[in-house]
Design a protein around this ligand. Structure first.
Ligand SMILES: [Zn+2]
Length: 223
């Protein structure tokens, strides 16, 4: 295979993934380049890690399910397009982003807790995620039930700008059901699963799911 270019990328990804990749250009964080390897994180349904060999023979890795099946996915497309743009407009002088992982390892437990709590003020998605984890850790099944009820129970049309968060909550419910199952709490897993199916019963009709994120999440749920 040859070196990375827009033409090669379109050929590898196909028109559909290529076009969908255009929608992820502003979802990329932590882009850095080291010895011809481009690394970045792309926020989609979840956060996906992408590596791309941008010099020499083009190859890619993304942690999403579509790429795991060997496909050149929209996340890879997005990272490559940003990289190509920067290479053309910045003469290879892409600013390197500080290494967040290494920095976080330098913080102590209390500092990490404070940092996360500060962020919960800004992010309802993070708050939801932590509340779910806290309820799960404490075995508070009623709390889990009401958290998912408030996030997922359809009471009216859900507009496009809330579809992404809705899909995330469905994924989170799937994860929790798995954790309950794996830790031997089968009855609780079944109960929560049935409740989530009920909450999401009308989701396909009521959520303005232009990107198919909710549909994908519901497919995961009904696997
Ligand atoms: Zn991907």
């Amino acid at each position: 295979m040859s070196e990375l270019s827009r033409e090669l990328l379109r050929e590898q990804a196909g028109h559909q993934s290529f076009d969908r990749g255009l929608g992820y250009l502003d979802q990329i964080s932590g882009l850095r380049i080291d010895q011809g390897i481009v690394r970045a994180t792309v926020s989609g349904r979840r956060r996906y890690r992408v590596h791309v060999t941008a010099e020499g023979t083009f190859s890619w890795y993304c942690s999403c399910p579509w790429a795991e099946e060997g496909n050149c996915c929209k996340h890879v497309v997005a990272v490559c397009l940003v990289y190509l743009y920067e290479r053309e407009h910045d003469s290879g002088n892409t600013p390197t982003v500080p290494d967040i992982t290494a920095y976080l390892h330098t913080l102590d437990h209390g500092q990490l807790v404070e940092l996360l709590l500060e962020e919960t003020e800004e992010s309802s998605a993070l708050t939801f995620r932590l509340e779910v984890l806290a309820a799960l850790a404490a075995g508070e099944l009623d709390a889990l039930h009401s958290l998912f009820e408030s996030a997922l129970h359809i009471t009216g049309p859900v507009p496009f700008d809330q579809a992404f968060e809705y899909a995330r909550a469905v994924h989170s419910a799937v994860d929790v059901v798995h954790v309950l199952e794996e830790s031997g709490r089968t009855e609780a897993a079944v109960e929560l699963y049935n409740a989530v199916c009920e909450f999401t019963y009308e989701a396909e009709e009521m959520v303005e799911d232009l990107d198919g994120e909710v549909l994908g999440a519901l497919e995961d749920l009904h696997l």
